[in-house]
Design a protein around this ligand. Structure first.
Ligand SMILES: Cc1ncc(COP(=O)(O)O)c(C=O)c1O
Length: 400
């Protein structure tokens, strides 16, 4: 009996990510890792979560330890709508679905929109987890190149035209507008308008995935796609980078017709997001701890970003052809090596030197970029950032 045949075609097409396997090498504590997308543990609001947990257990255990509604705790949905409003996005709590963080939102996007073989448009590079989610429904992500201002509308229009002419109309356009993972770039307002115009013209839906939005260190606030085109945008948010990823809570916001379908998708997946975590999240938000914590988190990450940029300036500016992005927020910057150097090949040498990054190829649907790497600046300490960049620079100089 061939056990493989027991699996669906969908499961048979799933592959272990080579990159995730490689990244296991980075768990050695001696390695300075710029590879993960981890928040700094010192930003976790331990005392506030402990207080809220006590309150929930002693005062509302009957509800918090019970099954909850699929849509989510109404008090939390109200808090989230208020948070969105403060950010300039009008929001109705009834259009919020609380998810098991934004990765579940991405999975539902695949589940409700993609049939096998369907195309969808993503950035080049884009978030690896989105590629995995869309592919697990046998979707075919098609990349649109980014520049220093995010997805290029001219290329988007061209690629959509080409797909239409081949009878492969994309099901949606997936964007990470703010401090994009992995490139760290942000789409300015006029470009957002242009992307919306293209989407509206062709009747396309935009998926706005914005986990880093609240983590801005410099530059000007940009409006959300949601606030600019509520009829044709589904937005995904998460607590992972602004409170803590261990909670596994996030939310989706969009028009009724999409949220209704996502609710049905969620019922088949997990019935509801954990009511216990949602109740704690509500009390943490009501106490003001989220906003207070964010001020400190922003201070810390802004410092680490500045430090990484100045270490890169100090050690690598003399390498001809090298460049890196200067993100205004988020957790990552994107470094492109000089022509002829290969970041996949260099990865093993970097591990030998006890410094790690994610090779850029991980973020391309066809893994066809070998000159870039993603560097995270939120997790390593200030001392490690300096030492890690020094090790990386020695390696680049040696290979160049
Ligand atoms: C762009 C983007 N979307 C979604 C996620 C998933 O995060 P979570 O499921 O923790 O909300 C991440 C995580 O790094 C991300 O960078």
């Amino acid at each position: 009996m061939d056990r493989e045949l027991l699996f669906s075609a969908r499961a048979r097409s799933m592959k272990r990510s080579v990159i995730r396997e490689l990244l296991k090498l980075t768990s050695n504590p001696e390695i300075i890792s710029f590879a993960g997308g981890l928040p700094a543990p010192e930003t976790f609001p331990v005392a506030e979560v402990a207080m809220a947990t006590n309150k929930v257990l002693w005062e509302e255990s009957d509800k918090a330890l019970q099954y909850g509604s699929t849509e989510g705790d109404m008090r939390l949905r109200q808090d989230l709508a208020d948070l969105m409003k403060q950010d300039g996005t009008p929001a109705d709590p009834s259009n919020i679905l609380v998810t098991v963080a934004s990765q579940q939102g991405l999975d539902f996007v695949g589940k409700i929109f993609l049939d096998p073989g369907d195309t969808c448009v993503v950035g080049l590079p884009t978030y690896l987890g989105a590629l995995q989610a869309f592919r697990s429904y046998q979707g075919r992500p098609v990349g649109v190149p980014l520049d220093d201002h995010g997805m290029r509308p001219d290329m988007l229009a061209d690629i959509i035209r080409r797909l239409e002419s081949e009878n492969r109309r994309p099901k949606f356009i997936y964007v990470i507008p703010d401090f994009q993972n992995p490139a760290g770039v942000t789409i300015p307002e006029n470009r957002r308008r242009e992307i919306i115009r293209i989407a509206r013209e062709g009747g396309y839906l935009i998926i706005e995935d914005t986990p880093y939005r609240q983590l801005r260190y410099t530059g000007k606030h940009e409006p959300t796609f949601q606030s600019m085109a509520p009829d044709s945008v589904l937005s995904l948010y998460t607590f992972s980078k602004i409170l803590m990823p261990g909670f596994r809570l996030g939310w989706a916001y969009g028009p009724d017709w999409i949220i209704d379908k996502m609710v049905m998708a969620k019922q088949g997946t997990d019935l509801c997001s954990p009511p216990f975590n949602q109740a704690i999240a509500h009390h943490v938000m009501a106490s003001g701890a989220l906003q207070k914590g964010l001020v400190k988190t922003i201070e810390l990450y802004a410092r680490r970003r500045e430090l990484m940029l100045s270490c890169l300036d100090n050690h690598l500016l003399d390498v001809p052809g090298i460049k890196w992005t200067k993100p205004e927020g988020g957790l990552f910057l994107w470094l492109t090596l000089p022509e002829g150097m290969d970041s996949d090949d260099m990865f093993h040498a970097a591990i030998q030197e006890k410094v790690a990054y994610v090779p850029g190829s991980a973020f391309y649907p066809d893994e066809d970029d070998h000159r870039s790497m993603r560097l995270n600046f939120s997790y390593a300490s200030e001392m490690q950032i300096c030492e890690g960049v020094k090790r990386l620079s020695a390696l680049i100089h040696k290979q160049g």
